[in-house]
Design a protein around this ligand. Sequence first.
Ligand SMILES: Cc1cc2nc3c(=O)[nH]c(=O)nc-3n(C[C@H](O)[C@H](O)[C@H](O)COP(=O)(O)OP(=O)(O)OC[C@H]3O[C@@H](n4cnc5c(N)ncnc54)[C@H](O)[C@@H]3O)c2cc1C
Length: 465
Amino acid sequence: MRITIVGAGYAGGTLATELATTYDTDLDVCLVGTPGNFGGGTAYGDARGEHLLNARAGQLGATADKPAGFARWLNLSEHARDAFLPRAAYGEYLLDRLHDAEATSTNLTTLEHEVIEIDRLPGRGFHVHLDDGSRFESDRVVLAVGALPPQRLPGVGPRLSRDPRYVASPWQAGELERIDRDARLLVVGTGLTMVDIVATLNRRGHRGPIVALSRHGLLPQSHTDMAADPVELPPRLLRTLHDSDLRALTAATRRLCRRVDDWRVVVDAMRPELQDFWRGLSPAQRAQFLRHARPYWESHRHRMAPKVAAEIEGTRASGRLQIVAGRLLRAGIIDEGLYAVIRRRGSAEVERYEFDVLVRATGLDTDITRTTHPLVQHLVAAGTITPDALGLGMRVSRDGEALDADGQPVAGLYCIGALARGECWEMTAINELRSAIYRLARRLREPALRRIAQPDAAQAIGRVR
Ligand SMILES: Cc1cc2nc3c(=O)[nH]c(=O)nc-3n(C[C@H](O)[C@H](O)[C@H](O)COP(=O)(O)OP(=O)(O)OC[C@H]3O[C@@H](n4cnc5c(N)ncnc54)[C@H](O)[C@@H]3O)c2cc1C
């Protein structure tokens, strides 16, 4: 049975490694990823030296059964396992695992290509089309494509969106490097992306003022230097989670946070329960969470390494970084720079400011209806995948199988990663992804109902290698 995994970042690469090395079956695993992005993906493969992991090294094993795998790979001492290491080191670890799997397994093929179309075959299985015009058959396909390319920020005019004064993808090599050191910057977003941007600008000796804007002006909270002892959730809080009662959960969480020394252990203890909690919410409750609770949840859930937090604090104290709570209403080009019209939170007045560069740092894009991603566009147009009610990604069943425009499972087409956020919300960090990878690997091993003729596929693979 051929399983094709589209996307070779953390999720795709780790799933391929799992399937190719853990199980003694006759699976034929084909990992297809964009060239130069194997193993680490956007988060780790392209990370600069100043970008740190937002979890402790000792917890970041690539697979759920070996949480200390990364620390062991680095041969870290007990003490060092609590450290927040550079993301690039994690990228090397992931790539090393993938190379090992390629070297030792006989059933893993890797292809450096973009998948541009996936067509359902009558009965079962798929045609997978690559960007060089070749195609092959696959019994099962996993979409592990990560988040989608950034969409234009609301309010940003079409001319500015195509101008070098607008930085849509701060991760892209060279994008921050081309900013003048004295430039006045507006960064839209105050989460971990903004934090990375400021760290890089500091490293480059940026002198100009930086304004970071978001609806609530909330920064990510900081981790502590030493991890506190974990806490068990009391039955009362567990009940509110199982009852899917957002209001009661908030109250119970606040109560528990007051009783423990460090609120972080409460947030961490809740994480394993949250996918089921989200599934239990009605669409209206989910929308309510996104509208009111999301910024607060995210600032506590996605935390900065202490060293990074200190750097952000220092940059604020120096007056070079200002955090503003408000909304960007409009931005466009003027002679020398750009203008931005902002309404501060709680104010009815609009204010107009001038900057030199606007950087988009609003987090992961997962709206499949507005995307320019060719494969996702094709799948949406064909009705093979369909958006979830809140525009968080694509509809999938509980075990990650895509649901088509009629709400029917697309047998053999799975999704793992950010596009499945609509189904389970917490699905973007290593912790949640590696549990999902474990479950999906087991599911994928289940025998297909019908085998597809293989020779054609093998020839196609041979051709594109
Ligand atoms: C900057 C950043 C930092 C992060 N830091 C942390 C952290 O410290 N800790 C943590 O737990 N989580 C972190 N995360 C969360 C992160 O999303 C996950 O940890 C993980 O990297 C996601 O992996 P993925 O495989 O789902 O997506 P990605 O890593 O984005 O991989 C998807 C891959 O699919 C490829 N692709 C897309 N479309 C196609 C196609 N049609 N054909 C072929 N290939 C395709 C892409 O090029 C990409 O290489 C971070 C995220 C970002 C963006």
